[in-house]
Ligand binder design. Structure first.
Ligand code: SAH
Ligand code: SF4
Ligand code: F3S
Length: 465
C-alpha cells in the first residue's frame, strides 16, 4: 500500500479512476481522463495516492450497482482518514440513482451523469464546499473536440453513437444514457487516423445499436467504408449491432471490405416469440433465424456471439426450452447469459418478477452448461486450421506464451517467438481447444524481421481493455 506523501501537494492534483460496465464506459473513462488532464490533473494507479477518486459506474443489473456501493464503502474509509480527498461517482449508476446516492453513500462529493463530463473540472472545484449532483442529459453531447487519453494497446474502442432509442422493456440504458445521437463521421475518421498514428492496428466502433448509426447522409455501412479506408488500421469491428438494423447493405459492406472482421455479437435475448414481444425487442425468432442464415451465406467464416436473459417477467419453462433450442440450432460461438434483473424506470419494472431467484439460477446454469458444450465443440472443429492472429502481448497463463485474436475474435495462445510482439500479425495453426480459447503453433510470421533480437514481452504490453 502506498502512503500519503505531503510533498505531492505542490504537484498537479492526482486522480484515480476505476471503470465498471461495458466498453462504452471504458471509452468514456478515456474521455474523462482527457478532460481532466487538460484541466491540470494527473492520473495515478492507486487510490491511496489520489486527491480525487472517481468511479465510472454501470446500472445494467442490480448486482453491478451493489458492487459499486461495496467499493464505495471501502473507499470511504480512505476519505475519513483524509477529509480533503474527493470521492465522485460518474456514469450510468450516477444517472440512475441521482440524489438518492447521497443518502446511500454520504461520503460522496460528486454525482455526475454521462453527458456532464465537460463540466467535471468545474464541478470538482465546487465540490470542495458542498456535494454536487449533475445529471443533466444532453441530446447533443458527443464530446466533439475532446481528445481522449488512449491506452497503449493494439486495439482501440471508438464511440460512434451515444444513447439509445430502443427502450427494450428490461433495459435501463435509454434512461441513463439519453437519446440516440451519432458522432460526426469526420470526427470518427479523424479519431481513427489519430489511433493509426499511435500504432493501433484494430478499431472497434461502439454504440448500443451501432448499426442504426446515421448522420445526415452517412449510414452505418458508409461509416464502415470510411473507417476501412484509413491507412494503418488492419482490422475493423463493431459492437453491438441490433438484429432489427442489420440491413442488406451493411452485410454487403462486411463481405466486401477485407478489413471488416468476420465476427458479430448479435444479442438475441430469448428464443421465445412471446418473451421477445414482452421485451419489446422488435423482431420474432424466425426473423432472427433468417438473419443468421443471410449472414452465414454472405460471410461463410463468420463467428457469432449473443446475449441471453433468463427469467424475464412471464418466462415459463416452455419459453426457456425454446431459448435452449435456439441456442442449439444457431450454435453460437459464445454467449453472455444473464439472470433478469428488474430495473427501476423501465417498462418491465412495474410488471414485477414472476420467476423466482432459484428458478432463474437453475435456468442460468442450464444455459451456461449448454453454451460451454457448444463453444467447446465449435472450437474443437477448428483444430488443424490456420488463422491470422493479431498479437496483443503476453498470454495470461505466462510461460513465454503470446496471445491475440483470430479474425473471428477467438483468443489464440501460441509460443513466444523472436521478433514477434504486440501489433504483429502472425499465421498460426490451431492444435488444441477449450470452450474459451485456442492453443496454437506458429505457422509463419507475416511481420517483423526473421532474426530480430528477442522482444521483451511483459504483462504491461497486454491490451488493458
Ligand atoms: N444494446 C445492446 C445491449 C446492451 S446491454 C443490445 O441491445 O443488444 C448488454 C446486455 O445486458 C443486454 O444484451 C442484455 O442481455 C443484458 N441486460 C440488459 N438489461 C438487463 C436486465 N435488466 N437484466 C438482465 N440483463 C440485462
Ligand atoms: Fe438496452 Fe435495448 Fe437499447 Fe440495447 S437496444 S441498450 S437492450 S434498450
Ligand atoms: Fe454500459 Fe452499464 Fe451503462 S452496460 S451503457 S455502463 S448501464
Amino acid at each position: 500500500m502506498t502512503s500519503f506523501d505531503p510533498s505531492r501537494q505542490a504537484a498537479r492534483p492526482a486522480v484515480y479512476l476505476e471503470t465498471y460496465g461495458c466498453q462504452m464506459n471504458a471509452a468514456d473513462s478515456q474521455l474523462v481522463m482527457g478532460i481532466l488532464r487538460r484541466a491540470g490533473y494527473q492520473r495515478v494507479e492507486q487510490p491511496e495516492q489520489a486527491d480525487v477518486i472517481l468511479l465510472n459506474t454501470c446500472a445494467i443489473r442490480e448486482h453491478a450497482e451493489e458492487r459499486v456501493l461495496g467499493r464505495l464503502s471501502d473507499l470511504a474509509r480512505l476519505r475519513s482518514r483524509r477529509p480533503e480527498l474527493k470521492l465522485g461517482l460518474l456514469g450510468c449508476m450516477a444517472q440512475h440513482k441521482r440524489q438518492a446516492l447521497l443518502k446511500k453513500a454520504p461520503h460522496l462529493d460528486l454525482v455526475a451523469g454521462p453527458d456532464t463530463y465537460c463540466r467535471l473540472p468545474q464541478m470538482l472545484r465546487q465540490a470542495s464546499f458542498d456535494p454536487i449532483v449533475d445529471v443533466q442529459l444532453n441530446r447533443d453531447e458527443t464530446y466533439a473536440g475532446v481528445v481522449p487519453e488512449y491506452e497503449h494497446a493494439v486495439r482501440a474502442y471508438v464511440t460512434v453513437m451515444r444513447g439509445c432509442d430502443e427502450f427494450c422493456a428490461f433495459c435501463v440504458v435509454p434512461y441513463v444514457r439519453g437519446r440516440e445521437r451519432g458522432v460526426l463521421p469526420g470526427a470518427v475518421v479523424d479519431e481513427v487516423r489519430a489511433l493509426a498514428r499511435r500504432e493501433v492496428r484494430e478499431v472497434v466502433l461502439l454504440g448500443q445499436t451501432v448499426n442504426a448509426y446515421r448522420h445526415d447522409a452517412v449510414d452505418f455501412g458508409e461509416l464502415l467504408r470510411m473507417v476501412c479506408a484509413v491507412d494503418g488500421i488492419e482490422r475493423v469491428r463493431f459492437t453491438s449491432p441490433h438484429p432489427r438494423f442489420m440491413s442488406a447493405s451493411i452485410i454487403e459492406v462486411m463481405a466486401a471490405e477485407p478489413k471488416v472482421q468476420p465476427y458479430l455479437h448479435l444479442p438475441v435475448q430469448s428464443g421465445s416469440d412471446r418473451v421477445l414481444q414482452a421485451m419489446a425487442r422488435g423482431y420474432r425468432v424466425d426473423e432472427y433465424r433468417a438473419l443468421v442464415d443471410r449472414l452465414r451465406t454472405a460471410l461463410p467464416e463468420l463467428a457469432l456471439s449473443t446475449d441471453i436473459i433468463v427469467g424475464f417477467h412471464g418466462e415459463d419453462e416452455g419459453d426457456f426450452e425454446e431459448t435452449l433450442a435456439l441456442m442449439r440450432e444457431v450454435s453460437f460461438d459464445s454467449a453472455f447469459i444473464f439472470k433478469y434483473s428488474r430495473r427501476e424506470h423501465t417498462k418491465a419494472y412495474k410488471l414485477g418478477d414472476t420467476v423466482s431467484e432459484a428458478e432463474k439460477a437453475g435456468r442460468l446454469c442450464a444455459a451456461i452448461a449448454l453454451q460451454e458444450a457448444i463453444s467447446l465443440a465449435r472450437n474443437q472443429r477448428l483444430i488443424g486450421r490456420q488463422f491470422s492472429v493479431l498479437t496483443e502481448g503476453a498470454a495470461r497463463r505466462g510461460n513465454r506464451m503470446l496471445s491475440g485474436k483470430t479474425p473471428q475474435f477467438k483468443t489464440a495462445v501460441f509460443p513466444a517467438t523472436h521478433g514477434v510482439g504486440p501489433g504483429d500479425t502472425v499465421l498460426v495453426r490451431v492444435e488444441s481447444a477449450t470452450s474459451h480459447s485456442l492453443g496454437a503453433a506458429l505457422a509463419q510470421t507475416r511481420a517483423g524481421p526473421p532474426h530480430a533480437p528477442p522482444r521483451e514481452v511483459s504483462r504491461a504490453d497486454v491490451s488493458g481493455v
